[in-house]
Design a protein around this ligand. Structure first.
Ligand SMILES: O=C(O)c1cc(=O)[nH]c(=O)n1[C@@H]1O[C@H](COP(=O)(O)O)[C@@H](O)[C@H]1O
Length: 278
């Protein structure tokens, strides 16, 4: 089956379901708080419950691969099921695996997540451009061919990111701005939205970069890291309509009640819609 471009599918999902991504981050502390064991059975119940609660209503679910890999191959098998079930229930899945390597290895990462029929096939993948944006080319090509997307780390939500991302190159532009320019080039002419997004933390005091990339802007940091929906216009300015705010712990802490998870996600959707419609 040929999928429509990821940017088109994401625009539709955000317009119909609201601009929100919920991260599936099965921290040991959350498994315990839910009354589950910090083990494979706990991981399975946790991820199933989040998918049951949210996959039929939020635009995007973003499993954080690390929390599944913690349990080895059987944890990865849970991630495979979680991804397939979330997609079958109607959510777009952004696999948060932050892959990045030399081009020839990047091609294998791309096949793992963006080749139809792969056990971990996802709608999009988070990638690190810090081996050089060009090293991501095999993932860009496969994503484009298969209706998938990428989110490249540009201005991350953690304070340590600045020393690399805000550094200025010989051309006078910041490293992050260079990444954003390359993404804009990949998205040129795409309508209604390109498929090659940037990660820009909602925690920044200001973007300090041109975010007009004609692509989605994944904005983690809302909730547990201190940002709120009210911060989005300050950071994203005119690009706020293309922002996909991402919340993990601040929604997940409301489980294991399916109703409470849904209410928490709905509150974020409403908060975000208040600021994006201004
Ligand atoms: O790519 C990401 O999703 C990401 C980028 C970034 O700059 N900051 C960031 O927190 N994330 C991820 O977003 C999630 C944030 O989780 P909470 O702080 O619990 O909402 C984690 O899975 C992080 O790995």
């Amino acid at each position: 089956m040929t999928l429509a471009p990821f940017g088109t599918r994401l625009r539709h999902a955000m317009d119909t379901r609201g601009q929100l991504c919920v991260g599936i981050d099965p921290h040991a502390s959350l498994l315990t708080a839910w009354g589950l064991g910090d083990d494979l059975a706990g991981l399975e119940t946790f991820s199933r419950t989040v998918v049951e609660a949210l996959a039929d209503r939020v635009a995007v679910l973003k499993p954080q691969a690390a929390f599944f890999e913690r349990f080895g191959s059987r944890g990865v098998a849970v991630l495979e099921r979680c991804t397939a079930e979330a997609r079958a229930a109607g959510a777009l899945v952004v696999m948060d695996a932050k892959r990045g390597d030399i081009g020839s290895t990047m091609a294998a990462y791309a096949e793992a997540f963006l080749a139809e029929g792969s056990p971990l096939f996802s709608d999009a993948l988070t990638v690190s451009p810090y081996l050089g944006f060009g090293s991501l080319q095999p993932a860009v090509d496969l994503a484009r061919a298969n209706g998938c997307g990428l989110f490249a780390l540009a201005l991350t939500s953690n304070p340590e990111g600045h020393e690399v991302q805000r550094a200025t190159g010989a051309d006078g532009q910041s490293v992050a701005q260079g990444v954003l320019r390359r993404l804009a080039a990949e998205n040129a002419g795409a309508e209604p939205l390109g498929s090659f997004g940037a990660v820009v933390g909602a925690t920044l005091t200001e973007a300090g970069a041109d975010l007009a990339i004609n692509g989605p802007l994944l904005a983690p940091g809302v909730g547990a890291q201190g940002a709120t929906a009210a911060d989005l216009p300050r950071v994203f300015g005119d690009s706020v309509r293309n922002v996909l705010p991402s919340v993990s712990r601040d929604v997940l802490k409301h489980g294991p009640s399916v109703a409470a998870l849904r209410e928490a996600a709905q509150r974020f959707v409403e908060d975000v819609s208040t600021v994006t419609k201004l």
